[in-house]
Design a binder for this molecule. Structure first.
Ligand code: NAD
Ligand code: UGA
Length: 455
């Protein structure tokens, strides 16, 4: 079989960009990106895409209406598809057994049932969502219960937000997990042929389904663990006068350790790290491995600690009260170059400061709409603006929570002169040169370095 028509279920941060890339690279394949959320589909069909990713707009504009279509799926779309990617959300379960830890697979199962109802037998099902190990097996049982066979592949996505289009263009690897029978191998070959249009063959790894599923959780757990590890050291640096930047550089030059993911910060955010580690921890406990479960859970606890530690520092350095004080929040997205705020440390920090009756001016170039949604009902004392200079008027403190490049280019002398004195800077991303900021007049608190105080 040669794949002519693809349906993706889920038009989110993964479904939208990955399908746009496939449409761009495989002009002879018709790609339908489907979502149950009509509003999201309308946005994909408009000039204001629901996902901000550098480079995405151009590709969507080039392919939309040609071989890329954003739709609410109907029976006909399922029937036409030779291959169906499932890129639906798999959040942490908020109810019942495993609440707060396990993955909620209700959207996945709903998607599978739609496939079972309408798709042609033999249609290749591609699990792109991040799921617990053995999900493909469970989905196969649901799909194949009527004696009809659908091969189910695991093809986890490793893109990072903000660099999604680059990651899709030039991935470190593409992982395809397949069943060890004739049909599984054939299906894997079909998916491999699709990626091979632009990814070098040696980067396309074939494994069994369970290794593929568990590799995805493991990759995210290892990445998050590095952030928690360096963050734990940042706390020690602040006490001892060592510099976490110097430590990152010193250990990062060890080729066995490597330089990436050693940026100390106010904590990791994003929709996946926390959920995937909690899921890994839950699975380990379910399989009777409490020590393994506990080990991974500590990565999330360290992240929670880092965020709370940062808030406590603001409070204590503001003479234990921020009530009625204006605080400028520079950055709300969980990282630069995205409008995504899911699990952003900014949500936690802002909520804590609002509980303490602070007045906030939130500045973000892309994520103000999302920030309004996240703080809905508690934002009586919040203003949202793209203008950092206006936000700084009469402010007591600046708090940097996202390392947007734009924030590094602001005129901090001008900002300082607009602020109340003494003026404070809390840099949760180590974005700014602390010595320079201190010279300008700020009291400077930068993650992982001893504070520079004027008094
Ligand atoms: P998202 O919430 O942005 O998008 C998921 C979409 O699926 C939503 O728009 C929802 O309406 C839709 N949906 C739910 N059930 C559906 C159904 N039955 N049929 C059609 N549409 C349905 O989520 P996301 O960030 O794109 O993540 C999707 C999956 O990919 C998750 O499992 C996540 O862990 C994984 N992942 C995400 C990233 C990332 O950077 N966001 C990276 C790698 C992997
Ligand atoms: C992460 C992984 O990097 C992707 O490979 C994976 O596909 C994705 O999760 C997923 O499964 O959703 P993402 O969350 O988009 O991607 O972004 P990252 O660049 O990994 O950053 C995650 C968080 O860690 C951000 O809040 C970032 O600011 C923080 N971080 C990252 C640090 O605090 N320090 C670092 O050194 C690196």
């Amino acid at each position: 079989m040669i794949t002519k028509t693809i349906l993706s279920l889920g038009a989110g941060y993964v479904g939208g960009p990955t399908m746009a890339k496939i449409a761009e690279k495989c002009k002879d394949v018709t790609v339908y990106v489907g979502d149950l959320n009509q509003g999201r589909i309308n946005a994909w069909n408009s000039d204001q895409l629901p996902v901000f990713e550098p480079g995405l707009d151009e590709i969507v504009k080039k392919c939309r209406g040609k071989n890329l279509h954003f739709i609410v799926p109907t029976e006909e779309h399922y029937k036409k598809a030779d291959m169906i990617f499932v890129s639906v959300n798999t959040p942490t379960k908020s109810y019942g057994e495993g609440a707060g830890m396990a993955a909620d697979l209700q959207y996945w199962e709903l998607a599978a049932r739609g496939i079972g109802q309408y798709a042609r037998p033999g249609t290749i099902i591609v699990e792109k969502s991040t799921v617990p190990v053995k999900t493909a097996e469970a989905i196969s049982v649901i799909l194949n219960s009527e004696g009809v066979r659908y091969p189910v592949l695991s093809n986890p996505e490793f893109l990072a937000e903000g660099t999604a289009m680059k990651d899709l263009e030039n991935p470190d690897r593409v992982l395809i997990g397949h069943e060890e029978d004739e049909q599984g191998r054939m299906a894997a070959g079909e998916l491999k042929a699709l990626y091979a249009r632009w990814v070098p063959e040696e980067k396309i790894l074939l494994t069994n389904v369970w290794s593929s599923e568990l590799s995805k959780l493991t990759a995210n757990a290892f990445l998050a663990q590095r952030v928690s590890s360096i963050n734990s050291i940042s706390a020690l640096c602040e006490k001892t006068g060592a510099s976490v930047a110097e430590i990152s550089r010193a250990i990062g030059t060890d080729s066995r350790i490597g330089a990436k993911f050693l940026e100390a910060s106010v904590g990791f955010g994003g929709s996946c790290f926390k959920k995937d580690i909690l899921n890994l921890s839950y699975l380990s406990a379910q399989f009777g491995l409490p020590e393994v479960s506990e080990y991974w859970h500590s990565v999330v606890r360290m992240n929670d600690y880092q965020q709370e530690r940062f808030v406590k520092q603001i409070l204590s350095e503001q003479f234990n009260t921020v009530a009625g004080k204006k605080i400028v929040i520079l950055g709300f997205a969980f990282k630069p170059d995205t409008n995504d705020t899911r699990e952003s440390p900014a949500i936690y920090v802002c909520k804590r400061l609002l509980e303490e009756k602070a007045h906030l001016a939130i500045v973000d170039p892309q994520a103000l709409g999302e920030a309004k949604t996240d703080l809905k009902g508690i934002d009586e004392n919040v203003v949202y603006t793209e203008d950092a200079y206006a936000a700084a008027e009469g402010a007591h403190a600046l708090v940097i929570l996202t390392h947007w490049r734009q924030f590094g280019e602001l005129d901090y002398r001008k900002i300082y002169s607009a602020m109340k004195k003494p003026a404070f800077l809390f840099d949760g991303r180590r974005l700014l040169d602390r010595e320079k900021m201190y010279e300008i007049g700020f009291n400077v608190y930068s993650i992982g370095a001893k504070p520079l105080k004027k008094f």
